[in-house]
Ligand binder design. Sequence first.
Ligand code: URA
Length: 462
Amino acid sequence: MIAVDLHEPDDFEAWRSEARRLIGLGTPPDAVAWSEAGGTSDLFAAPSAAPAGPAREVRASRAFVELARSVVLHADPARLALLYRVLWRLQDCPRLLDDAADRDVAALERLARQVRRDIHKMRAFVRFRSVTDDDGVERYIAWFEPEHRIERYNADFFVNRFASQRWSILTPRLSLHWDGMTLLEGLPASKADAPDEDATEELWLGYYRSIFNPARLKVGMMLKEMPRRYWKNLPEARQIPDLIAGARQRETEMIAIGASLFEDAAPTSLEAVAQGIAQCRRCAIGCNGTRAVMGEGPAHAALMIVGEQPGDTEERENRPFVGPAGQLLDRALGEAGIDRQAAYITNAVKHFKFAPRGKRRLHQTPTAGEIDICRWWLDGERALVKPRVTLALGASSARGLLGRTPSIGRERGQALVQPDGTTVWLTAHPSYLLRLDGAAREREHARFAEDLAGLSKLLANV
Ligand code: URA
């Protein structure tokens, strides 16, 4: 018997090179005892000493290699022998994987499916909590217990998503630490090493309570998507039994009073908004790893200016409208006699949505759904700042303010009085002007200036 110990149980390349060597030497599956560091090894096995002999060529299809990459990550110690047996059989039966009824093939597919599911669950269910490092910088720490050895596999995903933040993911097998530049691997951790709660958690729980729609409750479906084993590390899941129990009553109440979805958890200060958006992962943009950019300006400004979303420069500098569009806006406001410093300036969407192109990050327009989700924060800012007039720059901003997508062409440059008595004033987005040239550019600049002049008059009268 030949003993092969895989030092790292998720090391596909190590398994592959041993398996190729053994197959090349014609070693049948029942002559190999696979084990892994920390696993139980075969007591009768001798240390790896495959007989030397004429090596034969090893054949493995790309489909097998892809399957094997996932299966190696499975926690089942028998997977290594199973993989080797299938690789062995593939040498004489290259189409073996097409036979879904074959027991070995079916077992491999099942293990791969379970690993893929665990990978997906980790991406969806890691919940970060914020702490302050010794050097005063914020770090996000999450505790997660994967079923399989997927931590290293998933590391790149989290690096890409949360590239500009410092974070650690602690698991029972190892920990991953990202400082914005380098990914380091650390020792196994325990749940006690991770922080318990942070200030925004209450807000998130309140939000979850408020978006939990009892009328759409499908317990079976929910359990499929969010299996019970993940609940213990998901703050929002602690509330699920109570929410299910009270669903019928809540549905009746909601119908009766037309309750606002978010009623429970409206932020009570601009600091709470800033903390909330920093943690917000309620839409795909919030999950893209950029920094949320908070509005800025006097806390009770008469004028609020709302853009679409921070751009590349804004996200890096952590301030709204400081890039090229911001410079154009500043100039135009100045020409209209409006003081930017006296306005509270923010965005309908708080994170930068982009598509990576090499080293560049290209702006992408947020969807109506994303704007509607982020409206929760914009409404929070408006309720706190209480501006008398709000300038909407472009269609996304207008949607965030009005809850519908208006025609800028038809509704720009006029006072749109809102049910709360405040006024929204619409114009084009400065980025749109930056993309034009020639006559269109001149015409649109003039219309923009005209809209701001109208706004200036309105401000003088409110
Ligand atoms: N465009 C926006 O809509 N907002 C910013 O903050 C910057 C550019």
